[in-house]
Write a protein that binds this ligand. Sequence first.
Ligand SMILES: [Zn+2]
Length: 106
Amino acid sequence: MKDKLKEIDEWITITQTGKFGGLRLSVRAVKYFRWLIFKVNEYRADLQKIKVEIKRLRGIILVNNLWQEAPCCLCGYTGEGYFDSKRHTCILEAAEVLEIKEREGK
Ligand SMILES: [Zn+2]
């Protein structure tokens, strides 16, 4: 990820200076780099939206105890110790959500 960010920084420098490693880039190449940065930012925004949506859906499943029947609809676990947090970590997340629910008195 750090390498990718460094790459993006390099692209930004390219679009600002029009130079890459001492070479002067064509207008077309600079436009192409700008387009790449635009696409990367679009992808980042989509990724953020997807992460928020996943969190929201997991919350609905946990609040309504829909995970309590195996196989787990969050991770697919169906083995031994379904309610043992050492074997099935969704239990920890469920406990957290229930604690928040109780604290908020819902
Ligand atoms: Zn699970």
